[in-house]
Design a protein around this ligand. Structure first.
Ligand code: NOJ
Length: 539
């Protein structure tokens, strides 16, 4: 791939409300991010993905946009945003924005006009439908956030579709004007200098034209499973037009130089591959190179933390990708429980080694690098509408969105006032300031790994080959033009002795406890791994 920066970048995902509050309102903002750019630079990060900062009523905390051209005053203004881009670029840090094409806020002027009357010229910008004869919604489609995906509009006597909250009406992408307007949004931000986009919920973009009912899911357990899973969402998402639209989007952005697009999809490997195929069809080989594209690979978030499961999945994913198709790996995001909560503090260090030594673009969720965990949110303090709609099932996302822990001062140095979500009780132990001083902290481990990756042709460009070892160990080779690295990860708490017959000696570069002498020569014929330990060797 000709696109230069994407081959070596490590991305850092910022949830702006929770990163750093500069104006003492308890909510993070753009100037807060600017204040912390040096921290990110020092960490070795080369790109930032910003969750939405557009004008929004914040019912879904920015994923409900009422003006795509305005920065919400909670976060600052356009000048602050330009400053952020400028300062980040000076430090060689790229910025990609969240782009939310599937839905707007119900307060967006287009929806207000669309809902004004049945024959509004804007009616078809959204998906409206008359009720069934009995007054019920047109079909059985469910909203991801609970209940029917259809909301009754008393004023015009029709239902409108919302795949997420009722305050997030779905745009009608079959309307060419809608498409045009959304591409104009991309142009505006690209002209301003952003380096690409993370595209929200792309697999929801198109719905079945005939509005057919989704089939019942036979394995659904009522009362236990997420209510959305009652039906297989065959017709409300994953329509073929969506692949074509992703390709159009890439084609459009390809006119700009050196951009990157990553689409949010929770999908199987074969579904991810369809995205790559669609995009490469649209961008013939000789025209490729301006844009780098990948669908998010979010599978590591839900796989059981077992060496064999990871090996099997990564082997298949890596082998299925064609030459030039960009892999990526993610351990967490603002919608899912944090890695340190899912697998524990010690294994989170093993996971860090894996994330930063696999092929492709790694994404780090803010705070994971200091070992932040989910915070239990008392009922009265719940913000997330998902938890409010479907309480008590662990679906709420506030726990993984708590304020970044900068130091051991009040409010963890995130803000001078009480933050919008509570700070974790463990912030005196897990915070940037203390961990920077501690040579064995998880932050020191992340830093070492990122710097190793930033300076390693093998990690940036090398091939991946896994090694059969044992059920508890995931081991692989990264082989580049300049050498080979062996990564050995003990997914268990048990001590393990391994015999790597093909390698006599290895030079130790990093171990997860950061307690082994750097460059120590180790006998790989009798490698002893402590419980929860991971290693990177030069071999
Ligand atoms: C996915 C985003 O990551 C999530 O936070 C949001 O609520 C939905 N899409 C709807 O935009």
């Amino acid at each position: 791939m000709q696109n230069s920066w994407i081959n070596s970048v490590v991305f850092y995902h910022i949830y702006p409300r929770s990163f750093k509050d500069s104006n003492s309102d308890g909510i993070g903002d753009l100037n807060g991010i600017i204040e912390k750019l040096d921290y990110l630079k020092d960490l070795g990060v080369g790109g930032i993905w910003l969750s939405p900062v557009y004008k929004s009523p914040m019912v879904d905390f920015g994923y409900d946009i009422s003006d795509y051209y305005v920065i919400d005053s909670i976060f600052g203004n356009l000048e602050d945003f330009k400053l952020l881009i400028g300062k980040a670029h000076q430090k060689n840090i790229k910025i990609i924005m969240d782009f939310v094409p599937n839905h707007t806020s119900d307060k967006h002027p287009l929806f207000l006009k669309s809902s004004a009357s049945k024959d509004s010229p804007w009616r078809d910008y959204y998906i409206w439908h008359e009720p069934k004869k009995n007054g019920h919604p047109p079909n059985n489609w469910l909203s991801v956030f609970g209940g029917s995906a259809w909301e009754w509009d008393k004023q015009t006597g029709e239902y409108y579709l919302h795949s997420f909250l009722k305050e997030q009406p779905d745009l009608n992408w079959r309307n060419p004007v809608v498409r045009k307007l959304m591409f104009q949004v991309l142009k505006f931000w690209l002209d301003l200098g952003v380096d690409g986009f993370r595209v929200d919920a792309i697999h929801h973009l198109y719905k079945d034209k005939l509005l057919r009912n989704n089939p019942k899911n036979p394995s659904f357990k009522p009362g236990k499973d997420d209510p959305f899973d009652e039906f297989t969402p065959l017709y409300i998402k994953w329509q073929p037009e969506m692949f074509e639209e992703t390709a159009n989007l890439c084609h459009f952005i390809n006119k700009y130089k050196d951009k990157f697009v990553v689409t949010e999809v929770y999908g199987e490997i074969y579904q991810l591959m369809k995205f790559y195929q669609a995009c490469s069809k649209k961008l013939p080989k000789k025209k490729q190179g301006c844009i780098a594209f990948c669908p998010f690979n979010l599978q590591l978030i839900s796989l059981p933390w077992k060496a064999s499961a990871y090996k099997t999945f990564i082997d298949e994913y890596d082998a299925t990708l064609c030459n030039g198709e960009l892999p990526n790996y993610v351990l967490g995001n603002h919608d899912r429980s944090r890695i340190a909560t899912r697998i524990g503090t010690l294994q989170a260090r093993v996971a860090a080694i894996m994330l930063l030594t696999l092929r492709g673009v790694p994404f780090i969720y803010y705070g994971d690098e200091i070992g932040m965990k989910d915070v239990t949110i008392p009922k009265k303090m719940v913000f997330d509408p998902f938890e409010k709609n479907i309480p008590g099932k662990g679906l709420g996302r506030d726990p993984e969105r708590t304020p970044m822990q900068w130091d051991n001062k009040p409010h963890a140095g995130f803000s001078k006032v009480t933050p919008w979500l509570p700070v974790s009780g463990d912030f005196k132990k897990f915070n940037v300031s203390s961990e920077l001083k501690d040579k064995k902290s998880i932050l020191s481990l992340y830093k070492k790994l990122i710097h190793l990756r930033n300076n390693s042709e093998v990690l940036q460009e090398g091939k991946y080959y896994s090694l059969p070892v044992s059920t508890d160990i995931f081991a692989y080779i990264r082989a580049g033009e300049t050498g080979k690295l062996l990564v050995v990860l003990n997914f268990s708490a048990k001590k393990q002795t391994i015999n790597f017959k093909n390698f006599a000696k290895g030079k130790m570069l990093i171990n997860s406890y950061l307690d082994t002498k750097h460059e120590k020569i180790v006998d790989l014929n009798k490698l002893i791994l402590q419980g929860n330990e991971g290693y990177v060797f030069a071999v």
